[in-house]
Design a binder for this molecule. Structure first.
Ligand SMILES: [Zn+2]
Length: 367
């Protein structure tokens, strides 16, 4: 009765390349390899069975007589062939070969499990890894990319050039700015003449505030609330993290294994895309919470953040969507307000009133 056919390989010195792929069959007398005209049989009476080859993945059929000739297969089910399984001479060889192959099977299952768990772990801790990588990227790279981006975003827009007015703002924002500058960020503030309520941060520390934002704010504290939020985008490296999120797992892994330069190249080429990559809901919540804490540390009443968001909520329809701007995720304004209100319930710290008249500043800015 002819056996099942198994895929296999013959190693024979007479073959042109020394080996050849074909089919293996088992009969009552022999194991036979065939491939076209090539045929080689090993008599069961002199057959030797062992596991071997790369990673011990194959079953080898050889004889002691012709040690340079062998037939092998990766199909271990061949050992179940009745003529082999019932052969008492081969019993111990089959047993030890099976053991080797089984060990391998367990090892590969372990590998699969480890890799699987690794990927799962990576997915679960992705944000932490991204943050870790972002922290490896020097702030100076962000500053460089930011210069280009700044040019693009402010092209054709009118900047407020009144230095004494800027000084008034800088003085009012001083406690907040020094909180952030202490962390090693070089913060530069710019005012753009634009009636739209908006402000946005660029990687590395440039913050652009539109005059419309100041115009629609009721107090210094409201403006500082927005500024604190924008500054938290900067300190949290949200732009870089957004880029890393976007270039994906591969870049992430290569950066983990030390090749940060590839990531640097990607980052440098992102230019104008940079800002749009960085807005995600979780970044907005993070910027709200950290901004809030910066305000508290600076002894500025953070509730200005809440009241300004409430103003935003009322005007949502007219607002422009700009990357990493205070409005970038405006559908969430309601729940952002709720989150901040919860933080507000725990406030106990005394606050210092902000220096300078806000009304005067507002008037002068819009002149
Ligand atoms: Zn934001």
């Amino acid at each position: 009765m002819p056996s099942k056919i198994y895929e296999g390989v013959l190693i024979h010195p007479d073959l042109p390349s020394g080996r050849c792929g074909g089919e293996i069959s088992v009969s009552s007398f022999a194991i036979t390899f065939t491939s076209g005209a090539t045929r080689h049989a090993i008599s069961l009476s002199e057959l030797q069975i062992s596991a071997g080859g790369a990673g011990n993945r194959f079953l080898f059929f050889t004889t002691n007589r012709e040690s340079d000739i062998s037939i092998y297969t990766a199909d271990r089910s061949i050992l179940k062939e009745p003529v082999l399984a019932s052969n008492t001479r081969l019993e111990s060889q089959i047993k030890s070969s099976s053991k080797v192959l089984r060990k391998l099977a367990i090892a590969s299952m372990v590998v699969v499990a480890v890799v699987g768990l690794g990927i799962l772990g990576l997915a679960l801790s992705k944000d932490r890894i991204v943050r870790g990588i972002a922290n490896q990227i020097p702030v100076s790279w962000e500053e460089k990319a930011s210069d280009q981006l700044f040019g693009t975003l402010t092209a054709g827009r009118e900047m407020v050039k009144n230095d004494s007015l800027k000084r008034v703002f800088e003085r009012a924002a001083q406690p907040l700015l020094s909180e952030v500058r202490r962390k090693g960020f070089k913060i530069d503030l710019y005012f753009v003449k634009d009636g739209t309520i908006n402000a946005f941060a660029l990687p590395g520390g440039k913050v652009v505030i539109q005059t419309g934002l100041v115009e629609n704010a009721q107090s210094w504290e409201e403006v500082m609330g927005v500024l604190a939020h924008e500054l938290a985008h900067v300190t949290n490296r949200h732009h870089v993290r957004g880029v890393i999120d976007n270039v994906g797992l591969f870049a992430l892994l290569s950066a983990m294994f030390g090749d940060v330069s590839a990531l640097a190249g990607t980052f440098a080429n992102m230019g104008g895309e940079l800002a749009s990559l960085a807005n995600s809901r979780s970044f907005e919540y993070e910027a709200d919470a950290d901004g809030w804490n910066y305000l508290v540390a600076a002894k500025i009443n953070p509730r200005g953040m809440i009241s300004f968001f409430e103003t935003l909520q009322k005007r949502q329809t007219t607002l422009e969507k700009l990357p990493l701007s205070i409005m970038s995720t405006h559908p969430d304004t309601k729940s952002r307000i709720e989150t901040l209100k919860k933080m507000g319930q725990e406030l106990k710290a005394p606050f210092t009133p902000i220096a300078g008249s806000f009304a005067d500043f507002k008037r002068a800015l819009n002149r």
